[in-house]
Design a protein around this ligand. Structure first.
Ligand SMILES: Cc1cc2nc3c(=O)[nH]c(=O)nc-3n(C[C@H](O)[C@H](O)[C@H](O)COP(=O)(O)OP(=O)(O)OC[C@H]3O[C@@H](n4cnc5c(N)ncnc54)[C@H](O)[C@@H]3O)c2cc1C
Length: 405
């Protein structure tokens, strides 16, 4: 957004509570690599120039990438400046920070979609002998107490963390909720390449039937590893991970699981099948058949005949629970009435009902790819155009008033 505002000669400042790329420095586990290939993190005027376009950035590489971009566009970042409130005033907005106040005509909220780990309410009933961590707090298997680990959530974070802990020789149980299975490489190309080329990631928020639902869809079960291998529940089962159903309650130290693991996995296989059918149709229509590998499907997800519905955590030697049950934004500092009853910002593709207040970086903000680094560019181009005309309209009103005087 800063690059797009600068392009339009709109004077602006970026207020950041930490350093550039703060979330990548402080909220990710050590071994994480981006699940999007290097070529895919395209930012306005800035693309990948290395010799490994199909590789996946490590965390230090991701931090360096974002730092390089901030430097390349001379982003006017005020680091170590925490915004403590944003409210309307006569001239636009009053933005309070721990380093003084700002008055501005417009504000773009780009404080991230994943500030707080979502943890179910019953987590406060976990016995004190068990350590609870979130995906934001987990760093590596060495940090964990001896004994078994229960990972709750089987999307990208949960499957990657469960895999790493199982590979370290630990007993892992994975509680599987709604998830979307995906092959890393399909017909010889990265799944993200296909989704990008076939326009799946460009699908717009005003084209989908149920955008509220689309904004809640979990991340694809993908991992970025040097060997470009697929990470799904079958791989985890082979590694010795025990699959249980969605973790729905806890009574007297006994975990309770929903009874729909088989359905959940069948649904996930079905959704993967639909995505691959879309890709196959696009490949056929664009004369890729014959130049890439033929269509293929993964075997169905294997589920035990009777997965347990109740697990005594102490008897099963569970010493750690890692909640990988999603994230939510933190807008506790926002004093402008644009939040719905769940604390999420009401917006139309990033344009809020409060004139001059915009949102960036939320899931499916304007397109499916808005969730990714790669989606920020197109969203910023469109929102900065709206913002520029909003400021322009304000200026024309002002000059008309002065003229009338
Ligand atoms: C575990 C995980 C893995 C991911 N993997 C990928 C991936 O492989 N590929 C991909 O493209 N995307 C990935 N994403 C999504 C990616 O993080 C987002 O697309 C991207 O970070 C969005 O950037 P952002 O600047 O909008 O938000 P953020 O990166 O969250 O940045 C928001 C910034 O706002 C600052 N801030 C927050 N509140 C305040 C305040 N009150 N005052 C001042 N500053 C504040 C924060 O410190 C932070 O620096 C992943 C996300 C997670 C959680």
């Amino acid at each position: 957004m800063s690059r797009c505002l600068a392009y339009r000669a709109i004077d602006h400042v970026i207020l950041e509570r930490g350093e550039v790329a703060h979330t990548w420095r402080t909220e990710r586990w050590d071994s994480l690599r981006l699940l999007t290939p290097n070529w895919q993190s395209r930012l306005p005027g800035f693309g990948y120039k290395g010799d490994d376009p199909d590789g996946y950035r490590t965390i230090p590489e991701t931090i360096a990438f974002i730092e390089d971009y901030a430097r390349a566009i001379s982003a006017p970042v005020r680091s170590h400046t925490t915004v403590t409130s944003v409210r309307r005033d006569d001239a636009g907005y009053l933005v309070r920070t721990d380093r003084g106040d700002w008055h501005c005509a417009t504000v773009v909220l780009a404080s991230g979609a994943c500030n707080i780990a979502r943890v179910p309410a019953f987590a406060n009933q976990v016995p004190p002998s068990i350590t609870c961590l979130t995906a934001q707090q987990y760093r590596n298997p060495r940090q964990l107490a001896d004994g078994g680990v229960l990972v709750a959530g089987a999307s990208a974070s949960g499957t990657q963390i469960a895999c790493e802990i199982a590979r370290a020789g630990r007993a892992v149980t994975l509680a599987v909720g709604e998830h979307i299975r995906a092959p890393r490489v399909y017909r010889g190309k990265d799944l993200q390449w296909w989704m990008d080329a076939a326009g799946v990631l460009d699908e717009r928020y005003d084209q989908v039937d149920d955008v509220a639902r689309a904004r809640r869809v979990p991340s694809l079960q993908l991992a970025g590893t040097p060997d470009r291998s697929t990470l799904d529940l079958n791989v985890l089962t082979e590694l010795g991970v025990t699959l249980v159903d969605r973790f729905v309650g806890l009574v007297d130290g006994k975990a309770q699981f929903a009874g729909s693991l088989r359905n959940m996995c069948a649904l996930s296989d079905l959704k993967m099948g639909r995505l691959l059918e879309t890709i196959d149709a696009w490949a056929r229509d664009h004369d890729f058949d014959g130049t890439v590998e033929p269509p293929h499907r993964l075997p169905p997800t294997k589920v035990a005949d009777d997965p347990p519905l109740i697990m005594d955590l102490a008897r099963n030697n569970i010493r750690t629970i890692i909640w990988c049950t999603g994230y939510r934004p933190d807008y506790t500092w926002l004093e402008t009435p644009v939040l719905d009853r769940k604390g999420m910002i009401r917006h139309d593709g990033g344009i809020t009902a409060s004139p001059g207040l915009y949102l960036m970086g939320a899931p499916f903000l304007r397109r499916r790819k808005s969730t990714l680094i790669d989606g920020a560019g197109d969203d910023a181009r469109e929102l900065s155009a709206h913002l520029a005309s909003y400021i322009g309209a304000g200026l024309s009103r002002l000059s008309a008033l002065e003229h009338a005087r």
